[in-house]
Design a protein around this ligand. Structure first.
Ligand SMILES: [Mg+2]
Ligand SMILES: [Zn+2]
Length: 221
């Protein structure tokens, strides 16, 4: 699976695995104009960089997981995707929200005519990108969260064992349009910034983001 990630950190025991905030890209980070691959078409959803920095301060590793079937369809190339991802990473880093990883699925089961036209285990709703990130980045999926604008984003998180699954609107202003089952959906907000401003959701995020006591070591007294 293609992954645009930092080198994996040294392997540690389970107790210091980090929780991740998984972010879908189109509709969550940038306004989804459809098959965005050029910097000039990439408009950040209002408040997303500040909200991501907020998540980073809470202790979340920020990981982008994005379906990019435009590559299988021949609309743009892997190189186009990576160039835009590199620029996007720099913007996040400058905002105090460095991305721990950017994972994308270039495949589609029945679009295009090349080697990327196939069933794969990375296209959401499959959990492959999240599971790969967990291995590469030493993540604790059971304390992680996902923010997406489609039910398939939330389904991928559910399949990966990510308990907090937030459905967002597509343009940063309106509530989500997709009607995802309640059992799949922890909360619904217009955007990541709105989600982070919600006290109840913040409380849940803070519980996940704070490292628990190391297992097997009781507090003194
Ligand atoms: Mg999306
Ligand atoms: Zn794939």
């Amino acid at each position: 699976m293609p992954a645009d990630t930092l080198p994996p950190p040294p392997q540690h025991g389970g107790s210091d695995r980090r929780p991740a905030a998984f972010l879908d890209r189109d509709g969550v980070i940038n306004i989804d104009h459809g098959y965005v691959y050029r910097q000039e078409d990439f408009s950040f959803v209002p408040g997303v960089l500040d909200a991501a920095a907020d998540l980073a301060r809470m202790g979340y590793a920020l990981v982008v997981v994005t379906n990019q079937s435009g590559i299988a369809r021949g609309y743009y190339t892997e190189g186009d995707f990576h160039a835009l991802a590199q620029w996007m990473r720099a913007r996040f880093a400058a905002a105090g929200a460095p991305l721990a990883g950017v994972y994308h699925c270039p495949h589609h089961p029945d679009a295009g005519d090349g080697a990327l036209r196939r069933d794969c285990d990375c296209r959401k709703p499959a959990p492959g990108m999240l599971l790969a990130a967990a291995r590469d980045l030493n993540l604790d999926l059971s304390r992680s969260a996902l923010f997406g604008d489609k039910c398939d984003d939330l389904r991928a998180a559910q399949a990966a064992g990510v308990p907090l699954r937030v459905l967002l609107g597509k343009d940063g202003a309106a509530m989500p349009q997709d009607a995802c089952p309640d059992a799949l959906t922890s909360a619904r907000h217009p955007s990541l910034a709105y989600a982070l401003a919600d006290p109840a959701l913040r409380a849940r995020l803070l519980r996940g983001g704070v490292s628990p006591l190391p297992r097997g070591r009781a507090p003194a007294g």
